[in-house]
Design a binder for this molecule. Structure first.
Ligand SMILES: Nc1ncnc2c1ncn2[C@@H]1O[C@H](COP(=O)(O)OP(=O)(O)OP(=O)(O)O)[C@@H](O)[C@H]1O
Length: 296
C-alpha cells in the first residue's frame, strides 16, 4: 500500500508554504518573446508534497526556476513562507529568516531564500562539480550560509542519505548515478531548508535505482516535514510522493487533482487521460522492477 506524503497521517498544517498566483514567465527570443508559463496558479501547504506533471516543454521546470527567483516573471505573484519572491522591495516585510529578496529578473538570490528553498536536479552528474570531493560539495553551502559545526553536519548529512563516511572524499566520477543523486540530496538538505524543489529527480537513473531514491525522498520529507514541489513527466513517480498534482500543458495548468482522483481515473481533461495512459504503459514495462507500481 502506498502512502504519499500528506496522506491523512502526516504533519501537514494546511498553511500555504508556496503560493503561485497567476504566474506568467516571459523569455525574450530572437523573434520577440515567448510565454513559457501563462497565468498559472496553485498553492502547496506546509509539509505537503505537490506534483507538476506534463510533457516536455510544458513549463514545469520554469515554474520551479521562478520560485528560486531565477527567471523573468512577467506577471503574477509568488511567495514562499508568506514572503514574496521576485520583487525588489519587500525586504521590509521580513519573514521567518528575513526577507526573500531577489533582484527581480537579474538572477541574484537573497541568502534566506537560497537557504529555505533548495533544489535537486535531474542529472546529478551535471549538478555536482567534477573537481569537488563529496566533502567539498557539502561544505560549500555551509560556508555560503555561514553554518557552523561543518564536520558534524557533513557526517550527519551523509548518514541521512545512506552514504557512509567512506564516501566523503570521493569525486563524482567515483560514484554511481544513485550515489551521486544521494549526494545532491544531502547538499540540498544540509542547510535545513523548509522547501525542496525536485526537478525530475529520478529520470536520469536506472530503473532499479529510481525506487531507492524515491523511498529516500519520501522518508526524508516526512522526517523533516518538508514542503515539496516535484516536477515529473511521470504520474507514477508523482503518485508515489505527492497528495495533489497540477497538470501542465503548453505553459498552462489545465487541471488540478488529488492523487486519489488520479488513481480512480476521475480526470476531466483529455490530456490528463493521455498522461495516465502513458503511465499505464510505463507501469507494465517497468514498475514491477522499480517498485512504484502501487503509486497509481
Ligand atoms: N531561457 C529560455 N529562453 C527561451 N525559452 C525558454 C527558456 N527556458 C525555457 N524555455 C522554453 O520554455 C518552455 C518550457 O520549458 P521548461 O523547461 O519549463 O519545460 P518542462 O515542462 O520542464 O520540460 P522538460 O521536462 O523538457 O524540461 C520550452 O518551450 C522551453 O524551450
Amino acid at each position: 500500500m502506498n502512502h504519499p506524503i500528506n496522506s491523512a497521517t502526516n504533519h501537514a498544517t494546511g498553511r500555504a508554504m508556496i503560493e503561485v498566483d497567476a504566474l506568467t514567465v516571459r523569455f525574450r527570443t530572437k523573434t520577440g518573446t515567448f510565454d513559457a508559463v501563462r497565468d498559472a496558479s496553485f498553492q502547496v501547504h506546509a509539509g505537503e508534497a505537490f506534483g507538476l506533471v506534463g510533457e516536455s516543454g510544458s513549463g514545469k521546470s520554469t515554474v520551479l526556476r521562478a520560485l528560486t527567483g531565477l527567471v523573468p516573471v512577467a506577471g503574477g505573484r509568488l511567495s514562499v513562507g508568506g514572503c514574496a519572491v521576485g520583487t525588489p522591495d519587500h525586504a521590509e516585510h521580513g519573514g521567518p529568516r528575513g526577507a526573500y529578496r531577489t533582484s527581480g529578473t537579474s538572477g541574484k538570490r537573497d541568502r534566506s531564500l537560497q537557504r529555505d528553498v533548495q533544489m535537486v536536479f535531474q542529472d546529478p552528474y551535471g549538478s555536482l562539480h567534477p573537481r569537488f570531493t563529496v566533502d567539498q560539495t557539502l561544505r560549500e553551502p555551509l560556508a555560503i550560509n555561514r553554518l557552523d559545526r561543518e564536520d558534524e553536519r557533513i557526517a550527519a548529512a551523509l548518514r541521512e542519505v545512506g552514504l557512509g563516511p567512506a564516501f566523503r572524499f570521493r569525486y563524482p566520477h567515483q560514484l554511481s548515478g544513485g550515489q551521486r543523486q544521494r549526494v545532491a540530496i544531502a547538499r540540498a538538505l544540509i542547510v535545513e531548508p523548509r522547501v525542496l524543489l525536485l526537478d525530475e529527480p529520478t529520470s536520469a537513473l536506472d530503473v532499479s535505482v529510481q525506487a531507492e531514491i524515491l523511498n529516500l525522498l519520501r522518508r526524508l520529507a516526512r522526517e523533516r516535514n518538508l514542503t515539496i514541489l516535484l516536477v515529473s513527466h511521470n504520474l507514477a513517480v508523482i503518485g508515489f510522493l505527492c497528495s495533489r498534482v497540477a497538470v501542465m500543458r503548453n505553459g498552462e495548468i489545465v487541471e488540478e487533482l488529488g492523487i486519489d482522483a488520479v488513481r480512480a481515473q476521475q480526470v476531466r481533461h483529455a490530456y490528463t487521460r493521455s498522461l495516465l495512459q502513458a503511465t499505464a504503459g510505463y507501469r507494465r514495462d517497468a514498475a514491477d522492477e522499480i517498485g512504484v507500481d502501487a503509486a497509481l
